[in-house]
Design a protein around this ligand. Structure first.
Ligand SMILES: *Cc1c(COP(=O)(O)O)cnc(C)c1O
Length: 337
């Protein structure tokens, strides 16, 4: 069976680098959505807890409940409460959704500072605060999300400036309406490492913790290491003669006699079909033919091969980003820490 090895030393190394940036482990909120970017929700939550991380971010209540025991604080990005929990905070993404939250819910207000995806508009700030108050919710934080922190443009500065105004106005509204100790956060991985003077209450880090952040050279970060490696096992081997063809559609002709083996990792497990006839493993083993649902063939006769140990490299073959390579990995692939 194909399996994943999670390198705890590399994960802790990345958390050290992040903590150095946030200046406090308590300010790290580890983003664990999408099965912890394919790494395994429980495996990563448990390791984060061992390191001393107290905060996590997920998409849904269901995920939050699975990891509740590992954290003191869990932010749910897009869901409405179905259970009451002292640890879980819910995101308000739209002014009209405020009426859906039950009395007393701990909420964080997302404000659209320029990405135009989720969050209330800055012009709705006062109306949102009033609705939150009227609904009897506990407003704990105001936050935003950057659209281009990983690109070398001025956009990050522009959004940071927009959020600064939102923070100032929120602070005034909070005082007026009696919301005490309002917190602010805006940084994802890239934004945290662009900011040489991080001073917010927390950073929501995903990809950098998993060691697969890609940034332009001028703002790149040294020392982060990928956490996940994916191995596949041989199902069968055969000797093929020059001129024979491999796989669906017979897209690949063998140029000289060779052993071709088939391994148990296909697009049904998260391999990209765009890697068909277009992939080499870290040990330079070449894929031959199309990736099929549960298998892929390589010019090799080893019992086991390393498919990738850096999702960024796999992503470059597949014409995508490390986030997509990682989150495409099916949850049932066995994890070994
Ligand atoms: C996914 C997500 C993050 C984490 O982004 P990375 O680039 O992986 O650090 C942070 N904040 C929000 C709102 C997200 O949706």
């Amino acid at each position: 069976m194909a399996y994943i090895i999670l390198n705890k030393n590399n994960f802790f190394n990345n958390l050290d680098i992040i903590a150095n940036r946030t200046k406090s482990v308590d300010k790290i909120a580890l983003v664990l959505k999408d099965n912890a970017y394919g790494h395994g929700l429980l495996e990563m939550a448990s390791m984060a807890n061992e390191y001393g991380i107290k905060k996590a971010v997920v998409q849904k209540t269901e995920e939050a409940l699975l990891i509740e025991k590992f954290f003191e604080y869990i932010l749910v990005l897009s869901d409405t409460p179905t259970v009451s929990s002292d640890k879980i905070r819910y995101t308000i993404n739209d002014i009209n959704s405020i009426s859906k939250f039950p009395l007393g819910t701990k909420v964080e207000l997302k404000v659209d500072s320029g990405m135009h995806r989720n969050g209330i508009s800055p012009s709705e700030l006062e109306a949102s605060f009033l609705k939150i108050k009227g609904q009897g919710l506990q407003l704990e934080a105001v936050f935003t999300h950057h659209r281009s922190a990983d690109e070398l443009t001025t956009e990050w500065f522009w959004q940071k400036e927009n959020f600064k105004k939102i923070k100032q106005e929120s602070t005034k509204l909070a005082e007026k309406l009696g919301f005490t100790a309002l917190r602010f956060h805006s940084s994802n991985s890239a934004a945290l490492f662009r900011d040489s003077s991080f001073d917010e209450d927390m950073a929501r880090v995903g990809i950098v913790a998993y060691g697969c952040m890609t940034l332009p050279k001028a703002i790149s970060v040294d020392g982060i290491k990928p956490v996940l490696s994916l191995y596949a096992n041989k199902i069968s081997s055969r000797k093929l003669k020059s001129g024979e063809r491999v796989g669906y559609g017979a897209t690949r002709e063998i140029k000289s006699d060779a052993v071709v083996s088939n391994y148990d990792f296909g697009y049904g497990d998260g391999f990209f079909r765009s890697c068909s006839n277009n992939y080499k493993t870290p040990h330079d083993i070449e894929i031959v033919g199309r990736v099929s649902m549960d298998n892929s063939s390589f010019l090799c006769d080893k019992d086991e091969i390393l498919i990738f140990d850096d999702a960024r490299v796999a992503a470059s073959y597949a014409g995508t980003i490390s986030y997509e390579v990682l989150t495409s990995l099916k949850a049932d692939i066995k994890k070994i820490v």
